[in-house]
Design a protein around this ligand. Structure first.
Ligand SMILES: *[C@@H]1O[C@H](CO)[C@@H](O)[C@H](O)[C@H]1NC(C)=O
Ligand SMILES: *[C@@H]1O[C@H](CO)[C@@H](O)[C@H](O)[C@H]1NC(C)=O
Ligand SMILES: *[C@@H]1O[C@H](CO)[C@@H](O)[C@H](O)[C@H]1NC(C)=O
Ligand SMILES: *[C@@H]1O[C@H](CO)[C@@H](O)[C@H](O)[C@H]1NC(C)=O
Ligand SMILES: *[C@@H]1O[C@H](CO)[C@@H](O)[C@H](O)[C@H]1NC(C)=O
Length: 200
């Protein structure tokens, strides 16, 4: 597989982040609970750089909702498609142990979710913690369909560093204005990226 703009997008979308203290996690009494989320895939008009575009989003949010869990928890995400596009969601960085069908790449571990269809992702987070992200795993939809996925250590297990004073999630999606809000910039951007990979 050659270096493609898709790979680049994945890199650009990489969520660099720390974490925030979430009440829902703080109130969990023990590891190993099931956390339920519902993702409604729908169109939303978003305005950036004075341009408005209809984008595919999760629950009308951009970036999409944050998923928060503790190591050892099961995560169940019910995805319902209300858009014409085929779609699937990949939980980037999650080791799918005996749950490969929850990994998300379209046409690799599943057929894409089609209009009005539902797919339930169901996986357990084992032996890993930190800040990851989820994103659409088909075509270019990952450009607008992504969000953070934060895995706290088990209760009474400390971070491998001193407890930070404050933790904040930062999502980087710098490709977005180029792809969505200016055709001229899209052209320039494509040229730059193809050149970067030695394709032109
Ligand atoms: C987006 O805006 C267009 C034009 O105003 C409108 O026709 C369309 O229904 C809007 N879409 C959504 C999802 O709000
Ligand atoms: C959506 O997925 C179905 C099932 O894989 C496929 O038959 C169809 O061609 C896809 N549609 C588009 C627009 O890619
Ligand atoms: C999806 O559901 C809506 C509402 O029930 C319906 O109008 C539409 O025809 C359905 N589309 C497809 C492709 O099944
Ligand atoms: C998730 O998977 C587990 C293990 O296979 C199963 O027991 C549970 O019922 C599933 N939950 C949902 C909502 O599908
Ligand atoms: C966490 O550690 C404290 C102090 O050692 C103990 O009292 C508490 O029961 C532990 N909580 C859990 C969930 O293990």
């Amino acid at each position: 597989m050659g270096a493609s703009p898709e790979i680049l997008l994945t890199i650009l979308l990489f969520a660099m982040s720390c974490v925030w203290a979430f009440p829902e996690v703080a109130s969990a009494k023990h590891a190993g609970i099931t956390r339920h989320y519902k993702f409604n895939i729908k169109l939303k008009n978003v305005t950036r750089l004075c341009h408005t575009k209809s984008m595919v989003t999760v629950n009308g949010r951009f970036p999409g909702p944050r998923i928060v869990a503790r190591e050892g928890d099961r995560v169940v995400v019910k995805v319902v498609s209300h858009v014409p596009n085929n779609i699937s969601i990949h939980w980037h960085g999650i080791r799918q142990l005996q749950s490969g069908w929850a990994d998300g790449p379209s046409y690799i571990t599943q057929c894409p979710i089609q209009t009005n269809q539902t797919y339930v992702y169901n996986f357990t987070i084992t032996g890993q913690r930190g800040t990851l992200f989820w994103h659409a795993h088909i075509s270019w939809l990952r450009a607008s369909v992504y969000g953070s996925l934060i895995v706290f250590p088990k209760h009474n297990v400390s971070y491998p560093f001193a407890k930070p004073h404050k933790e904040v999630t930062i999502m980087l999606g710098i490709q977005l204005p180029f792809f969505y809000f200016s055709d001229d910039l899209l052209f320039v951007y494509s040229r730059v990226e193809y050149k970067h990979f030695g394709l032109v």
